[in-house]
Design a protein around this ligand. Structure first.
Ligand SMILES: Nc1nc2c(ncn2[C@@H]2O[C@H](COP(=O)(O)OP(=O)(O)OP(=O)(O)O)[C@@H](O)[C@H]2O)c(=O)[nH]1
Ligand SMILES: [Zn+2]
Length: 201
């Protein structure tokens, strides 16, 4: 098959997922869902595709985005941050989506290279595109900023709504999970920590 058309690519992905679609169809049937009715006949395929989309980052290294760097623009690097980065993830317990926003910051070492702004957003969204728990997501973001960049500190604050808690189970509608990960100067210097926490106020 020549992959010169989007529909060809689509067909190839579906062919690879035949087994998953069959399992999805059986699961739905076992749940008593009317999977043979015309409206739902294509639902196993859509379900598998949706899960593929939510977990597309599983086999990639999101920290690769930090490889493209620029020379520093300022003598005193200070805090470099992106706030309100939106992301979608799926909790590893239920495979149900959780959606939220992250504030991400790092402080480059003196004269250390910096990264483009979008790479911080790509980092968050890349780690989010996996079965996750929010704690690990925040941890992975600061770990990457500390180990892949020449930085003296990194921070990540996430606020997210977990549909497994808000739409089912506890049904705590509107409840948000908040996590905060601080490393380096953000941990040792209260002024830096407060500056980070005050970024979107
Ligand atoms: N700490 C943490 N917990 C999460 C996250 N996402 C989902 N959970 C929780 O994972 C837990 C799984 O608990 P279980 O008791 O095994 O699952 P459950 O029977 O579906 O529990 P309920 O959701 O209380 O109905 C639930 O309390 C979820 O709220 C996350 O990112 N971090
Ligand atoms: Zn869950």
């Amino acid at each position: 098959m020549t992959l010169d058309r989007l529909s060809d690519v689509s067909a190839l992905i579906d062919a690879e997922d035949t087994e998953a679609q069959e399992h999805a169809r059986r699961m739905m049937a076992a749940l008593g869902l009317p999977v043979t009715e015309s409206g739902m006949a294509d639902t196993p395929r859509r379900l598998v595709r949706a899960l593929r989309e939510f977990t597309a980052g599983m086999h990639e290294d999101p920290a690769r985005h930090l490889r493209v760097t620029f020379p520093p623009e300022a003598e005193e690097p200070g805090i470099i941050a992106v706030t309100a980065v939106p992301f979608v993830s799926v909790c590893e317990h239920h495979l149900l989506p959780f959606t939220g926003r992250a504030n991400v910051a790092y402080v480059p070492a003196l004269k250390a290279p910096i990264v483009g702004l979008s790479k911080l957003a790509r980092l968050v969204r890349g780690y989010a595109a996996r079965p996750q728990v929010q704690e690990r997501l925040g941890e992975q973001v600061v770990e990457a900023l500390c180990t892949r960049l020449d930085s003296v500190g990194a921070a990540c604050r996430i606020s997210a709504e977990h549909s497994c808690m808000t739409l089912r189970g506890a049904r705590a509608e509107g409840a948000q999970m908040a996590t905060l990960h601080l490393r380096g100067v953000f941990q040792t210097d209260p002024v830096m920590r407060d500056a980070f926490l005050g970024l979107d106020r």
